[in-house]
Design a protein. Structure first.
Length: 310
């Protein structure tokens, strides 16, 4: 009889070890890091590093750029995991997020908490060691503002998008700081592009999943339908109109060529077209098209900056 508890404990230990080694659980942990978001973060961080570094490719510090991107991705992955830990109860109420590993109950909350903390701490230390202290502090500031300002504000004010945009636009600053150790006008030009881009991008998401957000008591849009439509229109069109001249700022810093300007104007025109269609004809279809346009626009624009830099 005395051996039964021991056998039970051993069985539980074996079961936990088997589950840990199960390949599916690794996909769940990968999902916690939000890979689709990390792709954009990697592109914009690398762009900041490229434009803040030497203009001659044979002098380019490739190893340091990889370290800067990796360190930023570790912090971003930790932020994504901690965000899902904080919002796990609300994610379970939304159709869009109910199948996330933590919301669906496939992972233990405490394990996810420590996973997020470990990634965040490692990424912050990695950036300080492999790049510099400024890049590390910028990444840490992004994490703290995202988790402790933007995340709780989503449940109390539709202006959460504005607050979240400040932290969401940090990756190019981290990349620029990692290579130069300072933040000049060119760094803030990249920051401004990413800052403005977030508004039409998120308005498309907020409109498509407005019922989902309301179900989980998120206040990402005003409750009143009339005010909600006006709010979405302003936060879509105004940033898009400002984005056109702001996207040309890298040319003024002598970091992008005239060919870049032509490409930037074309990309902004296409982005503005889908934004205008969305504001004039509200539907999930037009919102989805605007979302697709935003996903094409950002890596294309930053890719042009990198390829056509001077």
């Amino acid at each position: 009889m005395a051996s039964e508890p021991i056998l039970t404990a051993l069985d539980l230990a074996v079961a936990k070890r088997t589950r840990f080694l199960d390949s599916k659980i690794w996909f769940d942990y990968l999902a916690l890091t939000k890979p689709e978001v990390n792709f954009m973060i990697a592109v914009t961080t690398f762009a900041g590093f490229c434009l803040g570094g030497p203009s001659v490719w044979h002098d380019f510090p490739f190893l340091r750029s990889i370290n800067a991107v990796l360190g930023t991705l570790f912090v971003a992955s930790g932020t994504g995991a901690l965000n899902q830990y904080i919002e796990r109860c609300f994610d379970a109420q939304m159709r869009r997020t109910a199948r996330r590993p933590l919301a669906a109950g496939r992972l233990n909350p405490s394990a996810v908490l420590w996973f997020g903390i470990a990634l965040s701490v490692f990424g912050t230390v990695y950036l300080a060691a492999a790049a510099n202290l400024l890049a590390s502090l910028l990444a840490l500031g992004t994490l703290l503002s995202y988790l402790f300002f933007y995340t709780p504000l989503k449940r109390s004010s539709p202006w959460c998008t504005l607050v979240g945009a400040f932290s969401g636009a940090m990756p190019p600053l981290i990349g620029w700081a990692a290579v130069s150790g300072q933040l000049s006008f060119g760094a803030w030009a990249l920051y401004s592009v990413l800052f403005l881009w977030q508004f039409p991008h998120f308005m498309a998401i907020a409109w498509m999943y407005r019922e989902d957000y309301a179900r989980a008591s998120y206040l990402v849009l005003p409750h009143d339908e009339h005010n909600s439509v006006r709010f979405v229109n302003w936060q879509t069109l105004l940033p898009l109109l400002l984005l056109a001249p702001v996207s040309l700022l890298p040319a003024l810093t002598c970091k992008a060529s005239a060919t870049y300007c032509f490409g930037a104007v074309l990309l902004c025109a296409g982005f503005l077209y889908y934004g205008a269609r969305f504001t004039l004809r509200k539907s999930n279809s037009s919102a989805r098209q605007l979302l697709s346009a935003s996903i094409i626009y950002l890596p294309s624009l930053f890719g042009l900056m990198i390829l056509l830099r001077r």
